[in-house]
Design a protein around this ligand. Structure first.
Ligand code: ARG
Length: 571
C-alpha cells in the first residue's frame, strides 16, 4: 500500500501538469506533515518555490493548483494559507480505509532506492576483554537501525567487526603464561580470562616491561607463531561464545562476524593499491595518507615504521572487501562519536581509491548511570550480566504489582521483556547524539515515555480482546472502521502515517522518531479508552472501535519490534 504522502503527491502532480504541462521540476513539490491537526494532514510550500517559474504570485498558483486537483476519494478539502501554503485535509473515510488495509497489506516503499546491499557494522567489541555496558549503545542502536532498514525493504547485512587482533591478546598471552589458574580456567574459562586481564593491568602498573612483552607476544601471533596462534584461537572462541550469549539474550543477530583478523591477510594488497593510486606515501619510514587542506584532517598512518598495520588499515581493507564482494548501496557504522574523525579519514581515502558506495558514520553520545560515566580503567564498569539481572528483577517488581496472580514462568518472561525493554527504550527514545543518563526509576515509570507504558497499552488491547471473546465477540476484519470523534480521527491518522515515521527514522538513522510516534499514539489511545466505551457499545460501533484498537495494538507491536523490544500479551 502506498504511503499517504505518495498518494497525495501523485494527485498534486496531476494538478500541476494540467495547469503547466511542461513542468518537470518535481523537487520543488515537497509535502510536509502538518504541524498541527487544525491545519490538516499535509502542507506544501510549492506555490512559493514555483512562483518564479510560473511568473505568478504564490497565492494565485496555490489557488489554481487546488482547483486543478482531479476528482478523488482522498481529499476532503485543500486550503490556501498565509502567503501561499496549501493545507490538505484528508477524508475520514480514506484514512479509516487505509487503517483497515493495514491488516492485510504491506506498506510500499518502492519510491526509495533499495538496490544493492546495506552493510551495517555495530556492536563490534574488542574481544578477550569483558563486554561491559560501554558496548550496549552500539548494540541496541545498531540492531534497531538494522530492523528499520529491513522494514523499508533494504537488503541488510549485519556485520560484527570484532576487534579480535589487538593488543589485548598480547596482554592475555603474557598473563596466561605467568599467572594461569588451571583449575579455574577449566571450570569457568571466561571468568579466568577476565581475572587474567585485570591481573595484567595491575601488574603492568608496577612493572613497565610487561607492556613491551605483550607487544612481542602479539607480534608473534601476527607472524603466525604456532603456540601463540593456538592461544589466540582459544581466547577468541571462549570470548566470542560469551558475546554470542549476550546477543542471544538481547535478541540481536549478526549475519557475519568478519573481525579484524579476517582482514589481516588482505591488508598488504590494500596498501599496495593505495600506494599505486598515489594515495599512500612514505613519511619518516611509515606509509601515510595526506588530506586536502579543506578537509581539515590530520594525516592517516596506514602502515607503521615497523610494518605493523593499524585500525585504519583494517577498516580500509573492510571497505575494499565490501566493494569487491557485495553490490553495495550503503556502508553504515554505529560507534560512539569519539570515532568521528577516524571515519572521516577512511571514508575520504576510500572515496579517493574509487571504492564507490555511500558511507555513513552513525555516532552516539555517552551513556552514564545515575550521573556516573563508566570507564573501564576506573574500575567502575558494570558487567552486562549484572545489569541484565537487575533489569529482570526490576521488571519482575512491575509484573508483581500489576498482575500478581500470573503463573511464575509467565511472570519471568514478562519481567525480562519489561526490564530489557525499559533498558533499550530509554536509549532508543532519545536522540542518539545526546548523552544519556540512565536511571531505573525513569526507565520503568508508567507515566512518561517509557517501554513499560507502551507495552502496557499493547497488553491492554489484548485484554480487551480476551474480554470480547468471553462475550462471544470476535473481530470482523471486513467490517468498516467509522470515525466518529476527533480522537478517533487522530488515532487513525497516526496509524496511517506510521510508515512515514519509519521512513524518516531510516533516512536519518534515528530510531527515536519511531519511539516518539508510538508514544504519541499510545497517549491518544489512552484518551480514547478513557472516554469511549468499546465492549459496552452497540454492535456496529463496537466492531469499529475494536478494529481501531486492534490497529493501535499492531502499530505498537510493529514499532516496538523495530526497536528490538518485545510486546508481551499480558502485563
Ligand atoms: N572495535 C571497535 C571498538 O571497540 C569498534 C569497531 C567499529 N567498527 C569499525 N569498522 N571500525 O572501539
Amino acid at each position: 500500500m502506498e504511503l499517504l504522502r505518495i498518494r497525495l503527491e501523485k494527485l498534486l502532480k496531476e494538478a500541476v501538469k494540467t495547469i503547466k504541462p511542461d513542468f518537470e521540476d518535481w523537487n520543488r513539490l515537497v509535502l510536509q506533515p502538518a504541524t498541527d491537526e487544525k491545519f490538516g494532514d499535509y502542507q506544501t510550500n510549492f506555490a512559493m518555490t514555483a512562483s518564479k517559474i510560473f511568473r505568478q504570485p504564490p497565492k494565485m498558483i496555490a489557488e489554481s493548483v487546488i482547483s486543478a486537483i482531479p476528482a478523488n476519494d482522498i481529499l476532503e478539502k485543500a486550503e490556501v494559507a498565509g502567503p501561499g501554503f496549501i493545507n490538505f485535509f484528508m477524508k475520514n473515510s480514506f484514512v479509516a480505509e487505509t487503517v483497515r488495509k493495514t491488516f492485510t497489506e504491506k506498506w510500499d516503499f518502492s519510491h526509495i532506492n533499495t538496490d544493492g546491499t546495506v552493510v551495517i557494522d555495530y556492536s563490534s567489541p574488542n574481544i578477550a576483554k569483558p563486554m561491559h555496558v560501554g558496548h550496549l549503545r552500539t548494540t541496541i542502536i545498531g540492531d534497531s537501525i538494522k530492523r528499520i532498514m529491513n522494514f523499508i525493504g533494504y537488503n541488510v547485512v549485519a556485520d560484527n567487526h570484532l576487534g579480535d587482533w589487538g593488543t589485548q591478546f598480547g596482554k592475555l598471552i603474557v598473563a596466561y603464561n605467568r599467572w594461569l589458574d588451571k583449575e579455574n580456567f577449566e571450570k569457568d574459562p571466561i571468568a579466568e580470562l577476565e581475572r587474567l586481564y585485570i591481573k595484567f593491568g595491575d601488574e603492568a602498573g608496577k612493572d613497565t616491561d610487561l607492556d613491551e612483552l605483550a607487544r612481542t607476544e602479539l607480534k608473534k601471533v601476527q607472524d603466525g607463531d604456532e603456540k601463540n596462534m593456538a592461544l589466540w584461537k582459544k581466547f577468541v572462541e571462549i570470548t566470542l561464545a560469551e558475546c554470542k550469549k549476550i546477543y542471544d539474550y538481547l535478541g540481536v543477530n549478526f549475519d557475519t562476524y568478519y573481525g579484524e583478523s579476517f582482514y589481516h591477510p588482505l591488508m598488504p594488497k590494500v596498501i599496495n593499491e593505495l600506494v599505486e593510486k598515489g594515495l599512500a606515501v612514505e613519511s619518516e619510514g611509515a606509509l601515510v595518507v595526506f588530506f586536502d587542506e579543506k578537509e581539515n584532517l590530520h594525516p592517516c598512518i596506514v602502515r607503521k615504521k615497523d610494518g605493523a598495520f593499524l585500525y585504519a588499515t583494517s577498516d580500509l581493507a573492510t571497505i575494499k572487501y565490501k566493494y569487491e564482494n557485495y553490490k553495495m548501496n550503503k556502508a553504515l557504522y554505529v560507534t560512539d562519536d569519539r570515532q568521528a574523525v577516524h571515519f572521516k579519514q577512511i571514508f575520504n581515502i576510500a572515496e579517493r581509491a574509487g571504492w564507490k558506495m555511500e558511507f555513513v558514520h552513525i555516532p552516539f553520545g555517552v551513556l552514564s548511570f545515575n550521573g556516573e560515566i563508566l570507564k573501564t580503567r576506573a574500575g567502575n564498569t558494570i558487567k552486562l550480566a549484572d545489569l541484565f539481572k537487575e533489569a529482570e528483577s526490576k521488571g519482575l517488581s512491575v509484573v508483581e504489582e500489576k498482575n500478581p496472580e500470573l503463573p511464575e514462568d509467565e511472570k519471568k518472561k514478562i519481567a525480562k521483556a519489561v526490564g530489557i525493554g525499559a533498558l533499550k527504550y530509554s536509549d532508543l527514545s532519545q536522540n542518539r547524539t545526546s548523552n544519556i543518563d540512565f536511571s531505573w526509576e525513569k526507565a520503568l515509570s508508567f507515566d512518561g515515555n517509557t517501554a513499560p507504558y507502551l507495552q502496557y497499552s499493547y497488553a491492554r488491547v489484548q485484554s480487551i480482546k480476551r474480554k470480547a471473546a468471553e462475550k462471544g465477540v470476535t473481530i470482523d476484519f471486513n467490517s468498516e472502521i467509522r470515525i466518529e470523534s476527533g480522537i478517533e480521527r487522530s488515532i487513525a491518522a497516526s496509524i496511517a502515517k506510521f510508515p512515514e515515521c519509519v521512513e524518516k527514522a531510516a533516512e536519518l538513522y534515528k530510531p527515536n522518531f519511531i519511539a516518539d510516534h508510538i508514544f504519541d499514539l499510545v497517549q491518544k489511545f489512552g484518551t480514547f479508552y478513557n472516554s469511549t466505551p468499546i465492549l459496552k457499545a452497540e454492535p456496529e460501533k463496537m466492531q469499529s472501535r475494536l478494529l481501531l484498537a486492534e490497529a493501535v495494538a499492531r502499530t505498537i507491536k510493529t514499532g516496538l519490534d523495530l526497536l528490538g523490544i518485545e510486546a508481551p500479551e499480558k502485563m
